[in-house]
Design a protein around this ligand. Sequence first.
Ligand code: HEM
Length: 460
Amino acid sequence: MSKLSLPPLMPGGFLFGSGPEAVADPLALYTRAQRTLGDVVRLRGIPGINWYLVTHPAGVEHVLKTRGKNYRKPDRFNAPVRMLAGNGILAAEGDTWLQNRRLMQPAFHRQRLAGLVAQMAQAAELAAERWDRLAAEGAVVEVGEEMLRLTLRIVGTTLFSHDLSGEANVLGTAIRTAFQHVSMRMTMPFAPPAWLPTRENRRFAAARDVVHRTVDDMIAERRRSGQERPDLLQMLLDARDAETGARMDDRQVRHEALTLMIAGHETAAASLSWTWHLLSGNPGAAAKLREELDAVLGGRTPGVEDLPRLPYTRAVFDETLRLYPPAWGQPRESVEEDEIGGYRIPARNIVMVSQWVTHRRPDLWDRPDAFVPERFVGAGPGTFPPFAYYPFGGGARQCIGSSFALMEAQVVLATLAQRFELESVPGHEVVPDATFTLRPRNGVRMRIRRRTPSPAAVPA
Ligand code: HEM
């Protein structure tokens, strides 16, 4: 294999190569790399340090699935997550990961999750009540903040049966502080080491202690009272390995619960913020969405049985995840030397796959930059080549919460879009910022307007 050549090199600065642009604007860098040099590209940081970008679906499948065991999550990604969520499945490797993933998997099957839809809808109803007040005032809101508040409420109630979204909520506030620190460490490789008593490190340590203590108390209380609740915490406490009967100890339950919060709340909030942004710029799609909602729900709060009857609502979200995938790229580290697309990939190098680039490749997608939910209506396995569309990753490490996220998005959009229209504020430019998740850099500022469903569409 060593006879194969390395992939073509992306030109960059003499001293730091493409390093500075990879930090400042990775989306532009990786898009240009694919457009100019093709499916597998080599990028250089400081002399001697290379990394590789793989964006062709076959190459992505190779890295994430077929040869997935040869590509592990790099420590630079795992270490910050572990600071808060220990060896939870997002950052665990090897046997620990496999054992706990197997324990948790049944809780995330669509049928089990169906029981959580009512909690999702209730949280969306509370958001609607808040928006009613804001609409009456003609308020302009930061939609990113609104969606964070809502998804934190959803994750809090579905996980712990506990509302974390209020400003005064101690756990909610500590979780937000701790998350910010974790995502800062993921995107800033040269952040001061955790043992240095900087202000930021001390703030994080204090927040992490509050989070751990409060979650531990909730677990202990649940065990003590013996009272069962219909939430994910209960599912984690009850989980048994089908073969061995093994279960998680309380510390692991704490870490898995926090893992679900880290992985599930900001990604969901970011994707919903992008949906509102796209709908405001595409009135045709917004009108079609409302037509569907009026016809199927007629102002009602959606229940789990309504979800299959809202295919356009689902397509709007699928298309959002194509254009603005919250997980915009994942780094892996090669264990052994390998070949991808006819090129040599050395051992112990970073290999990056990027949803942002693959999802917008002109050779895979018709009108790649346009918002066309119709392409997802009626789509199923086989509609697109495997790994042309992979917002939830793929292979063994694919997102465990994908069904949760899709249900949540349908419920939130169905509840809010049938009652409100969100209008962009002129002069506020919305720019994607690729940090831990793909978020709008300066938020999405929009005006909330109440709407009345078209009477013709309301079912009798
Ligand atoms: C739109 C929302 C979401 C998106 C786009 C998303 C995307 C992803 C992606 C791409 C991965 C794979 C990462 C990798 O391979 O390195 C992942 C992993 C994961 N996600 Fe999600 N996710 C979302 C929502 C959620 C939710 C709601 C939950 C939990 C309730 C969740 C829990 C997880 C966990 C635990 C993992 C790690 C799985 C493992 O390594 O075994 N995610 N997610």
